[in-house]
Design a protein around this ligand. Structure first.
Ligand code: ADP
Length: 386
């Protein structure tokens, strides 16, 4: 049997909290990720837990899980436990918990992390089965959220047929510059962004034949001066086609994020996007449910499209669920105005729900990036010379 979230949750019901109740039923276990023999957990304890209490609880979780896994013959190599505060910020980490901070190497551009772009550690793609589900909105806000959490982030508009980054990032008044034959990305909202939309007539349709699409996309990432990046987010065109194929053939992705709205018809398209990534050998980091619910001025939550539909789809496909983003007028207005930073400020984001959802999405995606890269490092072929 393989390690699963269900197994972890069932097992951790045995762990009692000093404040009463068990770790799972009390709701203290806020997040679980499991992949192969690697697990990461997040725990939120009420009040301000002291360092000793957290250390003891992390040790108890570790012993309990490892003992149960051993007796069920389930491999468990790495286990990380993070404690979070009420806002979801990590306040303590134990075991093999993912870390966020990175130190730039001395000569970043020469550093090859194996992603296919020198200086870039992780490449993640954001895809969707069809247009209009908020894929570009999610890609932009995920990139900005990761940058706000301390990452060095790039954003590549891979939607060469209908680039939307010029609008969503407010690039209209800015000029594309080229230095020594290299595109200089726009540094906006904390991210380095590149889009074909700044190099072509915005009113002309972009029609590419297969090989041209391949070349256009390749030149965009190859000829950009990215510098050192923790993560490059690629906003893919909707559906399946030449760009994902080129991307999977020429770059080594850490994984893909699939955006879906809750309705059944949207799920069907998302299932096809999942199938495409699987066929291309791209790991799927998880599913995001966009336009999940609506919080009215009366503070009540309205379920418009069938909240939870995309989450159930993720469960059915055995994929991690990365988070739900509400239908939010400010998100649309800030997108039209090219100012995603405002989505993270409650006063200009229609309250806390949107900033909280976007920050949670970035944290969960980051955890999945860490898990996927550990797994890929372990499965990468090694050469031994004797
Ligand atoms: P896609 O890239 O899938 O075609 P976009 O990200 O361009 O979709 O979004 C389409 C439209 O829907 C945009 O106007 C965007 O502002 C809006 N939108 C996306 N997600 C939301 C949301 N959660 N709440 C409100 N409007 C949204």
């Amino acid at each position: 049997m393989a390690l699963s979230k269900q197994f972890i949750r069932d097992t951790l019901k045995q762990v009692d909290l000093p404040s009463g109740g068990d770790l799972v039923s009390s709701g203290a276990l806020t997040w679980v990720a499991a992949c192969d023999a690697i697990a990461n957990l997040r725990v939120h304890l009420p009040g301000s837990p002291d360092a000793r209490a957290m250390k003891n609880l992390a040790a108890l979780i570790d012993t309990t899980l490892r003992a149960e896994a051993a007796s069920a013959n389930i491999p468990l190599d790495r286990l990380g436990v993070q404690f979070v505060n009420h806002a979801g910020d990590v306040i303590a980490s134990f075991g093999d918990a993912p870390t966020q901070a990175t130190t730039p190497p001395a000569d970043p551009r020469s550093e090859d992390h194996g992603s296919g772009i020198p200086g870039v550690k992780h490449i993640i793609a954001v895809g969707a089965g069809k247009g209009g589900v908020g894929k570009s909105t999610v890609a932009v806000n995920l990139a900005v959220a990761l940058a706000r959490q301390g990452q060095s982030v790039g954003l590549l508009d891979g939607d060469i047929y209908g680039p939307s980054l010029p609008t969503l990032l407010g690039l209209d008044a800015l000029e594309q510059t080229v230095l020594d034959g290299q595109l200089q990305p726009f540094l906006v909202h904390g991210v380095k962004a590149v889009t074909l939309g700044k190099m072509v007539d915005p009113d002309k349709p972009l029609i590419w034949r297969g090989p041209m699409a391949h070349g256009a996309f390749k030149q965009l990432y190859e000829r950009t001066d990215w510098g050192e990046l923790d993560t490059l987010v690629i906003d893919l065109p909707p559906g399946t086609g030449d760009v994902p194929l080129t991307m999977a053939q020429s770059l080594r992705l850490t994984g893909a994020v699939v955006v879906c709205t809750p309705q059944r018809v949207a799920q069907d398209d998302a299932v096809r996007a999942v199938g495409m990534f699987r066929q291309l050998g791209v790991e799927i980091l998880g599913v995001v449910e966009n336009m999940s619910y609506f919080v009215g001025d009366d503070g009540k939550t309205y379920d418009i499209f069938g909240r939870g539909g995309a989450e159930q789809m993720a469960q059915r496909l055995g994929l991690p669920f990365l988070g739900a983003i509400p239908i939010n007028t400010a998100l649309r207005a800030n997108g039209d105005a090219g100012d995603p930073t405002r989505n993270f400020v409650p006063a200009t984001a229609g309250g806390d729900a949107l900033p909280g959802a976007l920050e949670g999405l970035a944290r969960n995606t980051q955890s999945q990036i860490t898990l996927a890269s550990i797994q890929q490092a372990r499965s990468a072929p090694t050469l031994s010379i004797s």
